[in-house]
Design a protein around this ligand. Sequence first.
Ligand code: SIN
Ligand code: FE2
Length: 212
Amino acid sequence: MQNLFDTDGEIEALAPGAMLLRGRALGVDAELLVAIEAVAKAAPFRHMVTPGGFEMSVAMTNCGAGGWITDRKAYRYTAEDPESGKPWPAMPAAFLALAGAAAAEAGFPNFVPDACLINRYETGARLSPHQDRDEADYGHPIVSVSLGVLATFQFGGSKRSDPMQKVALRHGDVVVWGGPSRLAFHGVLTLKDGEHLLTGRRRFNLTLRKAF
Ligand code: SIN
Ligand code: FE2
């Protein structure tokens, strides 16, 4: 399934160590969506609660050896889905392959993620600016894959007060950040109503990380 925006295939530098690879997931988009469906069958999407007591508007699930969760206690990685008590579903081979290739293209060779957070956004969902810092070793990059309805991604610096740039992320886009950008604040603005042929009125995001 091709978008055929004229930027597909381009690399856009967002900051040192942070790159947007336009359209890199287009060749495997259908495969990724089938795999997301299979993961969600075993570990359904759910709206988690933050330690502060807020229910997240983004619905989440995980696959891989570790899954990122939040509850009233803390943000953390767990080996089991707390809803079922069973291990998170295995990381699909297509996720590993795309993450490794995208990280290498962005200058981070040999990236092997062991955790994938899958975010599902419906109209009105948003993710406020945060750092990904629950992982053991910040030497590994983050690989983020966008599927479905277009979203506005915010990407800033390592301080919350640093200015944030806004970037439109389309179906098939991949963002990689590591090195000097590993702890950059990032977020997603409120998803506007929209439609994509493969996902309907939703956006999915895969966040691939080496957590352990
Ligand atoms: C995240 O930071 O976990 C998700 C980012 C995105 O949805 O693009
Ligand atoms: Fe994040």
